[in-house]
Design a protein around this ligand. Structure first.
Ligand code: KG4
Ligand code: ZN
Length: 333
């Protein structure tokens, strides 16, 4: 079965053709980073407009790159939520119209479940059951995943998402958007132990996260020490990143031990951070736990993961009707 996947929940317009749920024939991502960069974050109204401009050429290119024609597509899947409503509406309505016009089955995909599915698009996939982290600009969620359709939410952030903290810390230091890759690059040049920022672990036994204290602590440090030079900024980047990595790693490994899982899969934009994946792997290996991450190009928002999730929904008859709408926030399931 050939599925066209479409993603437009935030600042990436993406389309992908995936065969039988796992074979990526094409994956096109048009990013709006250049537009949002100067505002230090995503401007929702601009995002919607850019999606409208990009959606047709991006879908055309995905079909062309896959070396198929529109007639070869058997089903359509698009992100239904969570995300920015105006942005979601562009991809979802486009996909729904295409499916309706061509009498194709149509699945409305949960973006967070799709991030977990990016792990199944890798050559090396985690076996069930496993602990999954979805860590992005909007979410820091830990799940216990026992099958392709069973995701138990164990914990989530109570304030900022980890990616959001990266973005805000980068913005404080005037480094631009998105902050994650910039901070990771700068951090490589410095000792991560030189500034001791807080590690907030919350109550014992909780798998929730809180990154706002860390963010405030970095803001105070920048203000009190009048941080200005590239060297000082790199020092903060390294120490801040280490604090985030410590908290994510500790919660994930504790969750795996709690559920007696030997496998952890990380997904979402922040899982593109190689320092994070490497340090987590080292720590987890001590406990004989294996770490899985998608290929870097599938860590951030993409449509291959939407097509992969949509494929299973279509197989199981979980289809969207014409009356179905997008949603901005919801629990996974
Ligand atoms: O999954 P994603 O592309 O979009 C959302 O669904 O939010 O994640 C974007 C987030 C941004 O906050 C960005 O700063 C972060 O992922 N990110 C990173 C890295 N690359 C992207 N964070 C840390 N290190 C990176 N290398
Ligand atoms: Zn995402």
């Amino acid at each position: 079965m050939i599925v066209l996947g479409i993603e437009s929940s935030c600042d990436e317009t993406a389309a992908s053709i995936v065969k039988d749920g796992t074979k990526i024939l094409s994956s096109i991502i048009a990013t709006q980073i250049d537009v949002h960069h100067k505002y230090g974050g995503v401007v929702p109204e601009l995002a919607s407009r850019m999606h409208i401009e990009a959606i047709t050429p991006v879908v055309d290119e995905a079909i062309k790159k896959a070396d198929i024609s529109l007639e070869d597509i058997d089903a359509v899947a698009a992100t239904r939520g969570p995300g920015l409503i105006g942005a979601l509406l562009v991809g979802f309505t486009f996909a729904k119209s295409l499916a309706w016009a061509r009498h194709l089955p149509f699945a409305g995909v949960n973006h967070l479940e799709a991030h977990i599915y990016s792990l199944f698009l890798s050559n090396s996939k985690p076996e069930f059951p496993f602990i999954a982290l979805v860590v992005s600009g909007g979410h820091t969620n830990i799940y216990h995943v026992t099958s392709y359709t069973n995701f138990e939410l164990m914990g989530q952030t109570r304030d900022d998402a980890a990616g959001e903290a990266f973005d805000k810390v980068a913005k404080m230091m005037g480094l631009g958007y998105p902050g994650g890759p910039i901070i990771e690059r700068l951090a490589k040049t410095k000792n991560p132990a030189s500034i001791k920022f807080p590690r907030t672990l919350l109550e014992k036994g909780s798998f929730d996260f809180s990154f706002s204290g860390l963010k405030s602590s970095v803001a105070r440090y920048i203000h009190d020490n009048k941080i200005a030079t590239p060297d000082e900024k790199a020092q903060i980047a390294a120490s801040f990143q280490e604090a985030v990595i410590d908290v994510l790693s500790q919660k994930l490994i504790t969750a795996a031990l709690h559920k007696n899982c030997r496998n952890i899969g990380v997904s979402g934009g922040v899982s593109a951070n190689q320092t994070f994946v490497n340090k987590l792997t080292q720590k987890a290996n001590f406990q004989k736990i294996n770490i899985f991450a998608p290929p870097v190009e599938l860590c951030g928002d993409n449509a291959a993961m939407i097509a992969a999730r949509g494929y299973i929904m279509i197989q199981q008859g979980q289809l969207c009707r014409l009356s179905h709408d997008v949603f901005s926030r919801t629990k996974i399931d």
